[in-house]
Design a protein around this ligand. Structure first.
Ligand code: SF4
Length: 467
């Protein structure tokens, strides 16, 4: 967490320009602890030789399948993707995915799969026939629970989605749809090379509801070229008319030195840091006025949504795909760059398509780096999860886990958190430490105070902003 030495004079405890300026700097997103950028080559240092061995001791499983292909390049994109028009490449990639699935067959036995997530890239790049081939191939290996009892979610690009594919996805059991909307402003869309009219999104939303998707989510992005508080407000108002169950409002980090695609964005069109904050506040105001409940990080849901209900009841959990209701105790990630975990730790596949394909052909697995969890990692993993999901820490529970009083074990961390206490973002009493209403926006900051790797070196430049 960036050091902060004084509170805003006015509005302390309220989400304000001052608060965002002080606390919303770069910080890990904590989809895992330790974060994936700490992973080491397999069999080197603190990396497990065969991390998947602990899969057998698990009781439930999540599956993530990475489809890296996209038809055209969105200039803001920092995802692991392959831009192609050649479908042959895609078809052979599915063959490799299924080979990788088979490699896990004897390692997972009959573990029930309670979540399946297709992410990308663009999962809806696949033809309906290949979507069927993929899911039926997975069902040959894994114990996929009957549709309706599990979360089957898919990320979709509205530019490559049609009502027929939605029907196919529903037939295959998918019940959650996430669409990358980003922004409805034509000038912004041109600047990021992602033109998609509102009517298509509206029609697809209607079609998804008609065929029974239980939850529809939109991704929005602020901080893009040509955006302002006014354009952001206008986009959010249009989105609200379509009433998606969930909304993710992501910050765009412009890092052209790191991501080649972003060099295609005119830097003169980029909003200033101050403008980003005002557009963010405008979006939050609109979402709040429309009744969306803040879940945590950059996620919102209508009060009827089961994630919103789970958040109110303290049942929300978090995994690599974000907030969830059904945390499995192990995850298998299939495909280029996919991450897996079990009770012992994490392992990740090669990022580059070529490396992934070669490794699968050679030995059935493309895992190349990972992390073995120490006892201290497990304690902090639990603590980070509690802060990100429940927004509070139970001191006696942590004292039991840590084998000593919370205040003593985490004295250094509490010192790092002092600015958040001073500004009314955090409070504590004898039983617990908790984020206040305003502090809930800054759960990442609070979690980062407990990240022993982050504080072992002065390097926070690799992470995205908090808000
Ligand atoms: S934003 Fe999505 S569709 Fe666009 S290039 Fe990136 S992964 Fe592909």
């Amino acid at each position: 967490m960036a050091p902060v030495d004084a509170c805003p004079q006015d509005g302390a405890g309220a989400l304000s320009v001052e608060m965002l300026s002080r606390f919303a700097g770069p910080c890990p997103r904590y989809t895992s602890y330790p974060t994936a950028d700490r992973f080491l080559p397999l069999e080197a240092g603190n990396s497990p030789a065969e991390p998947w061995r602990a899969l057998r001791g698990s009781t439930s499983l999540s599956l993530y399948v990475h489809i890296p292909f996209c038809r055209s390049l969105c200039y803001f994109c920092a995802c692991n993707k392959v831009i192609t028009q050649q479908y042959g490449l895609v078809s052979s990639y599915i063959d490799r995915l299924l080979e990788e699935a088979h490699w896990y067959r004897d390692k997972v036995a009959d573990l029930p799969v309670i979540q399946l997530h297709l992410g990308g890239g663009t999962p809806t790049f696949l033809t309906d026939a290949d979507l069927r081939r993929l899911v039926s191939g997975l069902a040959e290996v894994f114990n996929l629970h009957p549709p309706g009892q599990v979360e089957y979610s898919v990320e979709a690009d509205p530019r490559t989605l049609d009502p027929e594919t939605l029907e196919t996805l529903r037939e295959l059991g998918f019940n959650r749809l996430s669409m990358g909307v980003q922004d409805f402003d034509p000038r912004v869309q041109q600047a990021i090379n992602r033109v998609c009219d509102e009517r298509s999104v509206a029609n697809l939303t209607q079609a998804a509801r008609a065929c029974g998707f239980g939850s529809i989510s939109y991704d929005l992005v602020y901080g893009l070229p040509h955006q302002s508080a006014d354009t952001m407000r206008a986009t959010v108002k249009k989105v609200l008319q379509l009433a998606p169950d969930r909304i993710a409002l992501y910050h765009y980090a412009h890092l052209p030195a790191r991501f080649k695609a972003q060099r295609l964005i005119d830097s003169d069109a980029m909003p200033s840091a101050q403008e980003k904050i005002t557009m963010q506040l405008a979006a939050l105001e609109e979402l709040g006025a429309a009744g969306y409940q803040f879940l945590g990080m950059d996620h919102f849901a209508l009060p009827h949504d089961e994630l919103a209900l789970a958040a109110r009841e303290g049942r929300l959990r978090r995994n690599f795909q974000g907030y969830t209701l059904m945390p499995a105790d192990a995850l298998i990630g299939l495909g280029a760059s996919a991450i897996s975990y079990s009770a012992d730790g994490y392992w990740q596949n090669h990022h580059r398509l070529k490396d992934y394909v070669e490794r699968i052909r050679a030995c059935g697995s493309a895992a190349y780096r990972g992390w073995t969890l120490s006892e201290d990692d497990r304690l902090r993993q639990h603590l980070v999860m509690e802060l990100m999901c429940r927004m509070r820490l139970d001191k006696s529970d942590l004292a039991d886990r840590a084998g000593g009083p919370f205040e003593k074990r985490f004295a250094e961390e509490l010192r790092r958190l002092q600015p958040m206490f001073d500004c009314g973002l955090l409070r504590q009493d004898a039983d617990s430490l908790y984020l206040t209403e305003e502090g809930r926006w800054f759960a990442r900051n609070a979690a980062s105070a407990f990240d022993s790797y982050l504080h072992s070196e002065a390097d926070t430049g690799r992470y995205s902003r908090v808000l």
